[in-house]
Design a protein around this ligand. Sequence first.
Ligand code: TA6
Length: 272
Amino acid sequence: MKPGFPVLEVSHDLCTGSVALLGAHVMEWTPAGQKPVLYMSADAVFEEGQPIRGGIPVCWPWFGGREGLPGHGFARLRFWELTRAVDSAEGVELEFHLRGAGDVGWPHAFALALSVKMGKTLEINLEMKHLGDASVEITAALHTYLSVGAIEQTSVHGLAGALYLDTLDDHQVKRQEGEVVFDREVDRIYVSDGDVQVVDQAWNRSLDVGKSGSRATVVWNPWIEKSQRLADLPDDAYHGFLCIEAANTGEDSITLEPDETHCLRQVMAVSG
Ligand code: TA6
């Protein structure tokens, strides 16, 4: 299904990619000579007001579900404005803005800026400025879907020993023993401000995922039953992706005073 709204296509010596104005949503990033790094569901829905299943959904001003409100906030459901596009030998830089005097479930003025630097690496910066007149608590995530050859032969390194909230087991606090591996649904909020490496044995490659402005890393794979339940995911989709999300959630929510800004950043590179 082709989007029914504007999508910026990037074609550069170092990579190809695309970014939708809906949600300033990075949909594709493929470094030259590589398989696509971002996963996009073959059953994704491209309609205003619907989240896109894949790429990098921007979850703001809340992460997760809220009664009667859109899951993961409204920012990914709004059309952003392209304010900057620069092509250079290092790649393409794009910047998008979303400003509002308030929105559904969020009666506060705000200004968001998302910058995308796409080349041999992919860097996403979400700058969130609170323009209201009292402090607010925000949760957010860059909800990145990464393509892998086979989830059963994929492991996430860099979280050994970290505490995490297991959202599938009553949000109990547990400690990660060894690398994160996948043989069931995984939906965990790790307490971590560090980088991780996704080791994809099937495609014989590793993805280095760094971040800043975040002390929570969400790791998600829907596994079989949830893949079958989600209408915008093929039944076997769990096999070919995982989410590694730079987040401010769990113990790492952000409190912003009026005119205060917070920046959430994620950087990806293919290594090995
Ligand atoms: O980041 C993990 C998660 O919160 C999962 O619980 C799952 O719901 C996923 O996000 C997808 O959320 P979405 O609203 O995009 O379907």
